[in-house]
Design a protein around this ligand. Sequence first.
Ligand SMILES: Cc1ncc(C[n+]2csc(CCOP(=O)(O)OP(=O)(O)O)c2C)c(N)n1
Length: 362
Amino acid sequence: MATTVEPTRIAADVLMEKQSPEPDGALYRRLYSYMLKCRMVEERIRVLYRQGRFAGNYFAAVGQEATEVGVTLDLLPEDTIAPSHRNFVTHIMKGTPLPLMFAQIYGRKTSPDQGRSAPAHCGYAPLNVITPSSTIAAQLNVGTGIALAYTMRRRPNVVVALSGEGSTSLGFWHEAVNFAGVRRLPILIVVENNGYAESVPVALQTAVDDISVKAQAYGIPGVSVDGNDVVAVYAAAREAIDRARKGEGPTLLECRTYRWYGHSEIDPAKYRDPAEVAYWKARDPITAMELRLESAQLWTERWKRELESEFTREIDEAIAFAESSPAPEGKEALDEVYSFSIRERELERKVWEPRFTVGRAE
Ligand SMILES: Cc1ncc(C[n+]2csc(CCOP(=O)(O)OP(=O)(O)O)c2C)c(N)n1
């Protein structure tokens, strides 16, 4: 059942054949544009972090854009993304407004969670992006529950749940995949294999070469693709999503990729050989797509510069919105967290208020 022998090529070729004799220029240009936007947003967030303009931490997926974009392009508003800490940019794909995303980075009251959680742990309920849990892989369990709800309510929607390869060593990752398989739920389980879980290399994480073989244990298809080839990722994801939407069950999709930077902004990633980093940077998914588009006369430097200036303007405006937004007040910390009666809320305020009078915990 599992396909692990070079399925990348197969999936990509199928797409190319369908679009023969010319590739779908509009689709490929959209894939490219989104990758560029994701890269620019994350590189700017990294600069903001170094400038000390927001508190907390950030987990950049720079280098992994082909996967972030390929598995999430063209999802419906009613579909769900269940992201990990690494997948902040999937908000761009779902349509979360950029100003709200930056308000989240800055922990401002205008952010989707009103400034409550960490910069990258952001959900957006109106477009069904769930809030990543700090407990890695837990988004799989929530995502599986949402997929079950779609089935019970007979909705033609899907869940795309993402996790890293390190997360596949956790018990509840397997529980989620098993349950999805048993109930044939409409969920695409994406494993972004970027080679490391914090500092732990994949060889110390699992004894299998292809993470996708883990699907066999749960009776679902497993596919491994080149996670830096956005066309291959898109083709494999699209096929799996289409099947899930038709009620044909889940798929495990391993995307082999690499993160250019450390696990987070505080990680200098000295556990990696510089030659390894250089090898992967030479396989930049964005440059690869530029070459591919250019050879089909679908890309020019000038078009890239136009995109860059448009995205820069959008990012600047989003940062200005975030920086001019108010910070939440300490006394609001428990608002909308628990369901209280008004009287209980008053009592709760009385207990908490003195400790937050200067706007921060003592
Ligand atoms: C259950 C649990 N164990 C450990 C951690 C600490 N932790 C946070 S991210 C991370 C690495 C996750 O690696 P992976 O799943 O491969 O995703 P990546 O960060 O590479 O995208 C770890 C160990 C955690 N948050 N939750």
